[in-house]
Each structure stands twice: as C-alpha cells, then as structure tokens.
Write a protein that binds this ligand. Structure first.
Ligand code: ASP
Length: 443
C-alpha cells in the first residue's frame, strides 16, 4: 500500500489535535490533563528540532561554501539574498498598510471592548514582560547588531540557539578560509563536514517520523490554552485583516516563483508543505529551520550551496509575515485608540517594521515584542503602549502561527529565486520524504 504523504499525515495529526483539544474543553480537568500528559510530547519534538539546528547550520553552510570553489560566487549569492529579502519585506509591509487602511478594523472598536481588554491584559506579566524586553532592545546603540554578529567565542556561540547569526558568521568565515588553502589540505575537514551534514539530515528524517504525533500534542495544547471565544470574536475583523494580508503575501510569492523561476505554485507548495505545517504548529521559524532546509534542498532542488546560506540567514532576518502583522497591528491600535496617523507616520512604519522584523527572534511571540518599537516610532505615548498590546494580545497566538507560515514560505521562495538566478536550481533529488531513512540503493 502506498504510504500517505507526510504533509497529509501531519494534517491529520493537526485536525485530530484540534478536535481532541476541543473535546477536552468539555471536561473539567481536561485542560490540566492536556498540559500534564499531552503537551510534553510537543515540547520534546520542538527541543529535538532545536537540538539539531546549530549543527545543521554549521555543517551545511561549511559544506555549501567549501563546495563553491570560488569566493566570488558566494558574494554573488550573498548580495542577491539580502537584496531580495529586503524587497519582499517592504512588499509585505506595504500590503499590510494598504489593507489595514482600507478595511480599518480599529475604527469600529467600542470603548467597552477596549476597557475590557485593558482590564484583562494590560497589567498581565505576559504583556508587561514584552514591554520590558522591547525597552532593553531599544536602548542598544545603532551598530550593536553588527558587533553582536561577531562571536568572541565560537563554542560559546554554538551553545546558544539565539546566537544563530554568530554561528552563521563563524561558518562562513571557516568555509571561506577552507577555499583559500590548498584543496588537499582542506580535504579532511571537508570530508568531516560533508559527513556530518548527511548524518544530521538523517536526524531530521528520524525526527519527522514523529511529526504527525507531535503536531497533535502541540495543537491540542494551543486549543486548551486559547482565550474565550467571546473575546476572540471582538477581534475578528482585525484578525481577518492580518490573515487577508498574509494570504495576499503568499500569492505574491507564487507570482514571483512563476515569473522569475518558471515554477508551478502547486509544485512549490507540495514540496514545502511539511515545513509550513510545522511552522504553523510550532510558531517558530527557528525550530522549523531543519525541516525547511531539508525540503528546499531535496524536494525543490535548490543546491545546498544556496540553501545552506539563504535559509538560516532568512530564518533570522527575513520575516515577511511578522512585518506585515506589525504594520497591520500598529495601525489597528492607532485607529482603536483614536491616535491619528499621517503619511509620514505610515512611512515610518515601513522603515521601523522592516528593522523590527529583522531584529525579531524566530521564536513564538517575538513579533509582538518588536511591535512596541514600531508603536514608539509613531509616537504612541508610553501609557497607551500597554493598552495597545492588551488590545491584540488575546488573538496573538493564532496570528503568530499564521505569520510564521509566511515567514518560512518567504525564506523558501527566496532560496528558489536566488538559486534560479545563479543557475543552482536543479531537479529535486528525491520523491519520498524519508529518503535518508531508506537504504541508499533505493533512492
Ligand atoms: N513566531 C515568529 C517566527 O518564529 C516570529 C513572530 O512573528 O513572532 O517566525
């Protein structure tokens, strides 16, 4: 019997998880049961993915660069990548601004709703904590991000998942240096990283065997922890505006793929679907990264020389879904709190949302922290910041899940575009997701 494709297995796990979560809602101790006995399996899955993220970046980036044979090729890939990332992010923000201004989800929000949400969330630790984190981020000097990118201890950088850019820096530095010595001298190290890379891709496959069960646990947990339906209902138009923007952004990717890479959107979506579903279930593009890398590489045919650089960099700096959400959320809050915005304010949002999405960590809820910086840039008074966050907090998790899908889809799209432009887009290498699981001879 033909095995069900991985994305269908994951989707079934998700649907069952949601249904199970709802069913548990009818039982008094259901929520606690899910948190105690189901949620830990989701947590283990996310930990496993995070566990292999740093070794995978290290091995695949060093392999990718040392395969290049010529540094000028790397420069070419680097410039295109950063350029296209900036471009897609600006497109995302502009889409967000246009639809939020046209739909105006904040205009009809009643004062009683604002009061109710403020009373519920404004002083909650989850909201005030975000404000504090944002203030710390804001106080850092302008070029600090460049300084932060350079590690002073390679091992130290590898021991902290939030220092991904430092690991990328070290890997590129090492890979380039390997190109500059005699090939026979670089060979042993190259063989080592090539082999490490293969082994880690195998680990991704093994972890993915458990994905359908893990997403069951993750979604059951999301459902039992969700806010009450009445509160969510009040934010429906705002949520719908963000979702509409995200859908338009996905269409933009499809058009870009069609026009510039001559690729069929259905082919692309089928190849990348498991990564999108995991992005949705985990709300973290960093945790999804190993799967994104495997899918783009093996199922979309992007050469590792490109994907090993474009994807980890994208996971950290390219967040189109997050920037679109920040634009919509900032204007929504301003509308609801009757804080007028002129054209200059809207342009300020473009710039700060671009920077804020670059600075957002690829973890759940990070986009909301950086939203504070966008809100401050348009002059929202400090006392209104907590109210602003309280307004959108209840619905943030589901929106986070959706914007993370767009973040991951954007990275995958750009890697195909860059690969195409430098002649590194080949045929997908495998048909079956668990190619590394099958004996080599069958591949
Ligand atoms: N959760 C998002 C990500 O990991 C970031 C955010 O928008 O909060 O891509």
């Amino acid at each position: 019997m033909k095995k069900l494709a991985l994305h269908w297995q994951i989707m079934i796990g998700m649907v069952l998880g949601i249904l199970f979560g709802f069913a548990m809602g009818f039982w008094g101790s259901g929520k606690q049961f899910v948190l105690d006995w189901i949620a830990p399996f989701g947590a283990i899955f996310i930990k496993l993915l995070k566990l292999i993220a740093i070794p995978l970046i290290l091995a695949s980036l060093i392999k990718g660069i040392s395969d290049l044979q010529d540094i000028s090729k790397f420069k070419n890939i680097g410039i295109r990548t950063i350029g296209i990332y900036m471009m897609t992010t600006v497109i995302a923000i502009v889409i967000g601004l246009i639809i939020v201004n046209v739909i105006g989800p904040g205009r009809g929000v009643e004062q009683s709703t604002i009061d109710q949400l403020t009373a519920t969330y404004a002083s909650q630790e989850s909201v005030t904590g975000k404000l504090d984190t944002a203030l710390v981020q804001q106080e850092t000097p302008p070029l600090e991000f460049l300084v932060d990118m350079v590690p002073d201890n390679a091992i130290g950088a590898m021991s902290d998942n939030s220092l991904m850019l430092q690991v990328i820096f070290f890997s590129i530095f090492l890979g380039i240096s390997m190109l500059l010595i005699k090939p026979e001298q670089a060979k042993p190290l190259k063989n080592f990283f090539d082999s490490l890379n293969e082994v880690i891709l195998k680990m991704v496959d093994l972890i993915m065997l458990t994905a359908p069960f893990a997403v069951f646990a993750l979604l059951a947990q999301v459902v039992v922890s969700a806010e009450s339906p009445e509160i969510l209902q009040k934010l429906l138009i705002y949520g719908g505006t963000v979702l509409l923007g995200l859908l338009i952004m996905i269409s933009v990717y499809m058009i870009l793929l069609w026009v510039f890479a001559k690729k069929n959107p259905a082919w692309f979506l089928k190849g990348i679907a498991p990564a999108q579903l995991l992005a949705f279930s985990t709300s973290s593009s960093a945790a999804t990264l190993p799967v994104t890398m495997e899918r783009v590489n093996e199922h979309l045919g992007v050469d590792e020389e490109v994907s090993s650089f474009v994807l980890p960099v994208g996971a950290t700096i390219n967040m189109d879904g997050t920037s679109l959400y920040q634009a919509v959320a900032a204007v929504f809050i301003a509308q609801a709190l009757h804080f007028p915005l002129d054209l200059q304010d809207q342009l300020t949002i473009v710039l700060t949302a671009l920077l804020a999405s670059i600075g957002s960590a690829a973890v759940p809820g990070a986009g909301m922290v950086m939203l504070v910086i966008v809100l401050e840039s348009i002059g929202l008074p400090a006392d209104k910041l907590a109210i602003g966050l309280a307004l959108i907090f209840a619905i943030d998790r589901p929106l986070d899940m959706c914007r993370t899908v767009v973040n991951v889809t954007g990275d995958a799209t750009v890697s195909v575009l860059v690969a195409k432009s430098v002649g590194k887009l080949g045929m997908p290498r495998v048909k079956n997701w668990d190619d590394h699981y099958a004996p080599k001879t069958e591949v």
